[in-house]
Ligand binder design. Structure first.
Ligand code: SAH
Ligand code: SF4
Ligand code: F3S
Length: 452
């Protein structure tokens, strides 16, 4: 019997599937692989949960709020399962890599058929086929050590694609669960990334985003020097490809060699997401971030010197254990000095098993809320000022489709990753336009395409 036959859904079973993804782009990319596996098994995608034969939930555990969303969904699925007892429910992703959580899900939500880890995607066909005939919850969780080569991804859309270049993280920031659930850093071979990118460009994809928890340490585990810079250099000439993006970069690994490579690779877009996390040196030290504020500010200056159009964005956290008012004001001062285009802002949240969980002086919730409100308010003012300042400038915009809110407008992005709306039609999708900006708001720009 061929693999293909083995994977065919048992007749009578509804052969549609749905994947619900939480968390970061790495999880989205895994969800594309899960979808690819299910389609290879003969399932078709559906948005109707009530009708699906297989429903996979890809979870995130970076903060409690992310976990609560998953628990809320699992609770609601009890009714769906009652109506459709044939439904196979699978739960995978980062939450299930925590043994205690995996056991809790199995016990508390017995109607879940499959619990699997981030390194067990390839076992899904086998698990689903077993679940079709068995009642008890199946569980497969290994340490995520392998690199999932050869799994077909079912990509969303035909224009932009996520390409993981490395998995895992070795940084062990003291607040973060990711290294515990995603394992050690593992880089893909450059030729595999090159082939995947070429294939995508041949299919008409115009933009790729290279993914990793710490993309700029790409290749270290393979013994490379300036591995990420060299990767950008070999991907840049690929015919048909227009734009290369990447995330997330760690400030410590943003080397001069990388800046040089970016400068010389014309498809690499002028947008850099370089999380600072906190602006106080004592907090950065306690977070084990491996740099201080002076180093960070110098790095931003250097990037702007070499790439003047660069948009810079960040992740910023408030309420880390021991964060004093002064420490917090140091973070606020970073906003003034860097002037980020946008920032993702977070309230520190205890994660079980991380060193920060046991640190003294945990900050009360009310104080965390006060600080984050101040932070968001100021950052929003800065983002608005920057976007208003775009008025009158012309940007290259890649048209991505019609706007969801206005049927007359095309929506697309600048190389600096800003959302732009401009009058146009469906046929514009996939093409680039020079757009003159007429108006800037907090979250998007509005403009008009200049005559070609
Ligand atoms: N690897 C990336 C980001 C991974 S998680 C990086 O290092 O930049 C995304 C963001 O979630 C982090 O940048 C951090 O700001 C936030 N985060 C991680 N753990 C957190 C925690 N315990 N509480 C609150 N925010 C957290
Ligand atoms: Fe977490 Fe730090 Fe690794 Fe980012 S670099 S994933 S914040 S440990
Ligand atoms: Fe969440 Fe896992 Fe990403 S914990 S942020 S989905 S790596």
């Amino acid at each position: 019997m061929s693999q293909q036959e083995l994977f065919t859904p048992i007749s009578g079973q509804d052969n549609s599937y749905s994947v619900i993804s939480f968390g970061c782009q790495m999880n989205n990319s895994d969800s594309e692989k899960i979808s690819g596996i299910l389609e290879q098994m003969g399932y078709n995608s559906t948005d109707d949960l009530e009708k699906a034969g297989v429903l996979i939930i890809n979870t995130c555990c970076v903060r409690e709020t992310a976990e609560n969303k998953v628990y809320g969904l699992l609770g609601r699925l009890r009714k769906v399962k009652e109506k459709n007892p044939q439904l196979i429910i699978g739960v995978g992703g980062c939450m299930t890599q925590v043994e205690e959580t995996a056991r809790h899900i199995k016990k508390r939500y017995p109607y879940v058929n499959i619990v699997f880890g981030t390194g067990n995607l390839h076992q899904l066909p086998d698990m689903i086929n077993k679940a079709l005939v068995r009642k008890e919850t199946l569980m497969e969780i290994c340490r995520p050590e392998s690199i999932p080569e050869g799994i077909p991804a079912r990509r969303q859309g035909g224009l932009k694609a996520w390409i993981p270049v490395m998995y895992g993280c070795d940084n062990f920031c003291t607040y973060c669960i990711v290294p515990h659930v995603r394992g050690r850093e593992r880089s893909r071979q450059p030729q595999d990334i090159l082939k995947e990118t070429r294939d995508l460009a041949e299919k008409g994809f115009k933009e790729i985003t290279l993914l990793g928890q710490n993309v700029n340490s790409y290749g270290k585990d393979l013994g490379m020097k300036n591995g990420f810079g060299n990767l950008l250099t070999i991907l840049n000439p690929i015919e048909g490809l227009l734009r290369i993006r990447f995330m997330t970069s760690h400030p410590r690994d943003f080397t001069d060699g990388l800046i040089e490579a970016i400068k010389n690779a014309d498809k690499v877009c002028e947008h850099f997401h370089i999380p600072i996390q906190a602006g106080s040196n004592s907090i950065l030290k306690k977070m084990n971030r491996g740099y201080d504020r002076e180093y960070y500010l110098e790095l931003i200056n250097k990037i702007r010197q070499h790439i003047p159009a660069a948009a810079i964005t960040s992740d910023i956290m408030v309420g880390f254990p021991g964060e004093t008012e002064r420490d917090f004001l140091d973070t606020m001062d970073i906003l003034e000095k860097v002037r980020y285009d946008t920032a993702f802002t977070f309230v520190y949240n205890k994660r079980s098993g991380t060193p920060a969980e046991r640190m003294a002086d945990q900050i009360p919730d009310r104080e965390k809320t006060r600080r984050i409100e101040i932070l968001i308010k100021r950052q929003n003012q800065i983002s608005l000022e920057i976007n208003e300042g775009e008025t009158g400038k012309a940007h290259q915009v890649l048209a991505e489709g019609m706007s969801k809110t206005n049927p007359e407008m095309v929506s697309g992005r600048t190389r600096t990753n800003k959302l732009v709306m401009f009058p146009g039609k469906e046929g514009n999708t996939g093409r680039t336009f020079a757009v003159k900006i007429k108006k800037g708001t907090l979250t998007y720009l509005e403009g008009e395409a200049l005559p070609e």
